[in-house]
Design a protein around this ligand. Structure first.
Ligand SMILES: Cc1cc2nc3c(=O)[nH]c(=O)nc-3n(C[C@H](O)[C@H](O)[C@H](O)COP(=O)(O)OP(=O)(O)OC[C@H]3O[C@@H](n4cnc5c(N)ncnc54)[C@H](O)[C@@H]3O)c2cc1C
Length: 557
């Protein structure tokens, strides 16, 4: 066996998976067909719960988030309609404006720190598998060779070769009538409103920054990123546009003409004078597709290899990076031999509904930005609905992926169970001052947090010593409220339970929590609010430990 796990693709999702596996004690080999990191940027930022997830791995600051914990944004945009999040006391929408190139750089550095072997210029070209192993054919710089592994993960993007070689279908729809044009540009400084950073376009009017600005003829976005190039994007609807792939590369003049059509006014765009790379991108058409399986025997798919959709609202890495955080520890448990039955299949059971919700909200947003009077009417109705805080909360929770509630089985009576663990400020008794939960989860280990005050629960994890970390602490901020729950995210919610409703603001919330069992992906597997958890609760805790972290090891008396 050459490796326990081979990952095809050193994009953000492949690299993050490599980090997660490594933290869980399994060293993968990452194959990347490109000889060097790409210089063409795609994502301009991370949107949603993934920002907090990266904080829980100690990566938020490294990705440019600063030294303070992440804070939700006061405003965002849904289908080119403004979302006022400032009135939500439980706002779930976090944004980190870090370009994908930087995300890939940071994740690669982290993977290398953790000892991961990344082979650049090595392309996976074929695979076969049996009950014991996967054999990957690789074309490397020194010629072809074979790798044998227990598992292979295709994190090789939307056109995934692994998905095709494994015979996994990719059903969905292709939209062929849109053309988006994006370039890094300069705009005359006198057109920029110093108070808002927006653009005053003579003959058209004011365009706010970072907002999708819809007109009857298309979409316009002005994105003056601080410290890096300003991006201007247009989107137009041109029937059959995707078929015309013989066009020469995008020019500034073509973008200017597109802006003229969309805004009905001239905007004197100049070339980017920054250090580069200078973006000039035309994308015609787009796909919304979901793999019909995320797993075929010893082959798994993650990230864009498993799902593609419109980039509107920036949901791609929120979905993909949380896929791999869900997958990493389960795959490592399988390899290390303690995975309970069905744990690895839980990856698809939990993440497919999340992907389906991203498909749903990106398609809904695409419908809301299209031209046409009917769409304008639909937008008016949506604007009325967005006057209701509960609607805003629901949409924000959907975009953030914060409405996920996983099915944790019998022991999920507590409102926090199945949900993303709330941020907590703790005193761990070592005199070091307040400790954030995020500091305890950076090692990606299962965590039993005993907040009873007498550390009486921590001993329950003794049989899982080495797998589960037990920490006794005092809660410094007892007003525990969980990440918000969209009020009616119950039917068809991202959570596979499909019902429940606890965590709903109307349920009054979980109150003071006295113990939590967290999976490595920071979802709550068991929780208590009893000052002294009784024997039935302790039994439920042991059942949750066994359900997620395998059979206990016998402890000598
Ligand atoms: C224009 C645009 C804007 C976007 N904006 C945002 C945004 O603002 N926010 C956001 O979250 N998301 C955004 N996205 C989506 C985001 O870029 C993707 O979700 C993300 O790149 C997916 O990461 P990945 O690791 O799954 O795949 P990729 O990034 O595609 O990486 C796959 C890697 O696999 C390698 N590979 C392919 N085949 C093989 C092979 N056979 N062997 C070895 N290696 C192979 C490729 O070279 C590549 O490096 C945007 C996408 C686009 C196109």
């Amino acid at each position: 066996m050459s490796a326990d796990v081979v990952i095809a693709g050193a994009g953000p999702n492949g690299l993050m998976l490599a980090c997660e596996l490594s933290l869980a004690g399994v060293q993968p080999i990452v194959l990347e067909r490109l000889p060097a990191r790409t210089t063409e940027n795609r994502a301009n930022g991370l949107v949603g719960q993934v920002v907090r997830m990266l904080d829980r791995r100690g990566l938020y600051g490294r990705l440019g988030g600063g030294s303070e914990p992440p804070r939700p944004v006061p405003a965002f945009v849904f289908g080119a309609l403004p979302l006022d999040l400032s009135t939500l006391d439980d706002n779930p929408l976090y944004v980190l404006q870090t370009p994908q190139l930087r995300i890939e750089q940071v994740l690669e550095e982290r993977a290398v720190e953790l000892g991961v072997e990344i082979r650049r210029g090595h392309e996976l070209t074929g695979l076969s598998q049996d009950a014991e192993e996967v054999v990957a054919d690789v074309a490397g710089p020194d010629g072809p060779y074979r790798l044998r592994a227990r598992y292979l993960v295709g994190a090789d993007g939307g056109r995934s070769v692994i998905r095709k070689l494994a015979g996994i279908g990719f059903p969905g729809v292709t939209r062929d009538s849109t053309v988006s044009r994006t370039a890094s540009v300069t705009v005359p400084p006198e057109l920029v409103d110093p108070a808002t950073g927006g653009l005053n376009v003579p003959g058209h009017g004011f365009v706010p920054p970072f907002m999708h600005h819809r007109t009857e003829r298309g979409l316009f976005v002005f994105a003056p990123f601080p410290g890096r190039s300003t991006l201007v994007t247009t989107m137009e609807w041109e029937p059959g546009a995707a078929e015309d792939d013989g066009r020469p590369p995008l020019t500034l003049e073509e973008l200017r003409e597109s802006v003229r059509r969309v805004l009905g006014a001239d905007l004197p765009l100049g070339p980017d004078t920054g250090p580069g790379p200078h973006l000039m991108r035309r994308l015609a058409g787009g796909n919304t597709r979901l793999a019909d399986r995320f797993r075929d025997g010893r082959v798994l798919l993650a990230g864009d290899a498993a799902h593609v959709h419109s980039a509107i609202g920036g949901p791609g890495l929120n979905l993909g990076l949380q896929d791999v955080v869900n997958l990493g520890w389960k795959l490592a448990a399988e390899i290390r031999g303690w995975a309970p039955p069905g744990l690895l299949d839980g990856y698809e059971a939990e993440r497919r509904p999340a992907a389906e919700r991203v498909v749903m909200h990106t398609q809904a947003q695409s419908a809301l930005i299209a031209p046409g009077e009917e769409v304008t009417a639909l937008r008016r109705l949506f604007t009325e609905l967005l006057g209701d805080r509960n609607v805003v909360r629901h949409i924000a929770g959907t975009m953030a992926g914060a409405d996920v509630r996983y099915d944790m089985g019998a022991g999920d009576a507590h409102p926090l169970v199945g949900r993303w663990a709330p941020d907590l400020s703790l005193d761990t008794g070592d005199g070091a001052g307040p400790v954030r939960l995020a500091e305890l989860t950076a090692d990606a280990r299962p965590l039993l947090l005993d907040l009873t005050g007498d550390a009486s629960l921590a001993g329950e994890a003794a049989g899982w010593d080495g797998r589960v970390k037990a920490v006794a602490a005092r809660l410094l901020d007892p007003a525990v409220t969980n990440a918000p729950d969209a009020p009616d995210a119950r039917d068809g919610s991202a959570g596979s339970r499909g019902s429940g409703g606890s965590g709903d603001p109307d349920d009054g919330g979980p109150g003071e929590v006295t113990a939590l069992l967290l999976r490595p992906d920071c979802y709550v597997a068991w929780a208590s609010s009893s000052p002294r958890p009784d024997s039935a609760e302790r039994e439920a805790l042991r059942a949750a430990l066994a359900r997620w972290f395998g059979a206990p090891v016998t402890v000598d008396a």
